[in-house]
Design a protein around this ligand. Structure first.
Ligand SMILES: *[C@@H]1O[C@H](CO)[C@@H](O)[C@H](O)[C@H]1NC(C)=O
Ligand SMILES: *[C@@H]1O[C@H](CO)[C@@H](O)[C@H](O)[C@H]1NC(C)=O
Ligand SMILES: *[C@@H]1O[C@H](CO)[C@@H](O)[C@H](O)[C@H]1NC(C)=O
Ligand SMILES: *[C@@H]1O[C@H](CO)[C@@H](O)[C@H](O)[C@H]1NC(C)=O
Ligand SMILES: *[C@@H]1O[C@H](CO)[C@@H](O)[C@H](O)[C@H]1NC(C)=O
Length: 400
């Protein structure tokens, strides 16, 4: 069986498990219509094999059968029929950006799910109840996501808007947290301010992945979240390499650890002084897609932010003029640190690839995938006033 045929056969199998509230019927003019009667498709491959993709393009849940479109509200959706969009709990946007490959009956279906939702459709949004209004806290809110087909390997969850309660002053996400279960790659607990961040998670076969936002009523805070959930094909160039919780694609960008902000934590730590923004219990790779012709990557502090590398130690114990500089960079790191593989500074290979302390000199790595690993232990209490890291990377052209 050719791959394509196998794929069609597999997407037909998926159909078997669908419970549709409408029955698609063909009339003599070969137009698809919805009957108003309830109908459940049986687990019967004979029945499914009668469903020619020619007539049922929108019910083929395969990854290429459904066109991605942009809705009027600039969210990403899927071209489909009104009936299917209704079945999935989506909203059809007024104008269509769906291509001629689809019939005029298809328009852009935007799926926005909240607590208790389920999706098996690419480009689903997960929001708090009544988003963009805020949520006062006090529940676990889940979205379950199944992959669209066997050729989907990952989910990318982009935090378009994500504001949860901060970590404790000791760096622990104990009031609120975002977490992902059911996948085969680890996702740490994340809390605080994370708009613009994202995570990738590998599917464990056909197991659904559950995205959870847990919030505590005990901490007064106006939470809100608006997450974009994309299914990533196994062969996709956007698939994150193994070990990469994040995968950034620009030639140059400024990226940061979770909950990074130049403004310090408003929480006190266990010894009653300013806490850490840096979240405890992290161990992940933030990877960067190697652009064509690029051979190395250089990480450095963005010019204006003296707190952009505050990982270990007491920020307040160092004069501001020194913060961020090589003078307060350490390579003796056992608690919180970043790893930059085969690190070089000013052309010299460094004795270790670990960096911690309160500063970092420009550091270059030629190891692919380009990556910075971020590691924190369970105890941020000694790390007074820390923010984490916010680094600008630049990919460097191969020597000619
Ligand atoms: C089939 O569809 C066409 C076009 O929508 C319509 O004109 C016709 O009445 C339909 N026939 C039946 C039997 O429903
Ligand atoms: C479909 O079934 C559901 C539950 O069994 C029922 O509430 C609904 O009214 C039915 N819809 C139609 C169009 O028969
Ligand atoms: C549906 O059919 C497939 C293939 O014959 C079988 O493996 C599966 O267990 C069936 N599912 C149900 C719910 O009957
Ligand atoms: C499957 O559907 C075909 C055609 O409708 C029918 O002849 C057959 O008995 C069905 N098989 C099962 C297991 O329901
Ligand atoms: C899901 O949609 C994104 C665009 O938002 C696209 O890049 C990706 O390839 C789609 N995934 C699949 C499996 O088709």
């Amino acid at each position: 069986m050719k791959v394509r045929e196998l794929f069609i056969a597999l997407s037909s199998l998926i159909l078997i498990n669908l419970h549709l509230h409408h029955c698609l019927t063909l009339n003599s003019s070969d137009h698809a219509e919805f009957s108003s009667s309830n109908h459940t498709i049986e687990n019967n491959s004979t029945l499914v094999s009668h469903r020619s993709p020619k007539y049922f393009p929108f019910y083929t849940l395969g990854r290429f059968a459904q066109d991605v479109c942009t809705g009027t509200n600039s969210l990403t959706g899927t071209c489909m029929l009104k009936g299917q969009c209704n079945d999935l709990g989506g909203t059809l946007t007024g104008t269509t950006s769906c291509s001629q490959a689809n019939t005029q009956q298809a328009s852009c279906c935007i799926l926005i799910k909240t607590c208790g939702g389920f999706t098996q459709t690419n480009n689903t949004y997960f929001v708090n109840v009544n988003y963009p209004a805020t949520f006062p806290g006090g529940s676990r809110c889940n979205l379950r996501v199944s992959r669209m087909g066997t050729d989907v390997c990952q989910l990318k969850i982009s935090f378009l808007d994500m504001s949860l309660a901060p970590p404790t002053g000791d760096g622990v996400c104990s009031f609120d947290y975002f977490t992902v279960t059911g996948g085969s790659s680890p996702v740490p607990r994340i809390c605080g301010e994370n708009s613009g961040q994202h995570v990738y998670v590998d599917f464990a076969g056909d197991n659904p992945v559950t995205i959870t936002v847990a919030t505590s009523a005990a901490f007064t805070f106006n939470r809100r979240w608006h997450l974009h959930v994309q299914q990533i094909g196994c062969d996709s160039t956007s698939r994150a390499p193994f070990g990469c919780l994040q995968y950034w694609t620009d030639t140059t960008n400024t990226i940061s650890s979770f909950n990074y902000n130049s403004a310090g934590s408003g929480q006190l730590n266990a010894i009653g002084v300013q806490g850490s923004r840096q979240i405890a219990n992290m161990a992940y790779g933030a990877c960067v897609l190697t652009q064509p012709g690029m051979c190395s990557i250089t990480w450095s502090l963005p010019g204006t932010d003296i707190f952009a590398f505050t990982l270990t130690g007491d920020v307040g114990a160092v004069v501001p003029a020194v913060l961020g500089t090589a003078a307060v960079q350490s390579q003796v790191c056992t608690t919180d640190f970043v790893v930059i593989p085969n690190a070089q500074q000013a052309g010299i290979v460094m004795p270790s690839d670990r960096f911690c302390g309160l500063g970092l000199a420009a550091t270059t790595s030629n190891i692919r995938p380009f990556v910075i690993y971020s590691v924190t232990d369970a105890n941020e209490t000694p790390d007074i006033g820390n923010r984490g890291w916010s680094l600008t990377y630049v990919q460097n052209m191969c020597p000619v």
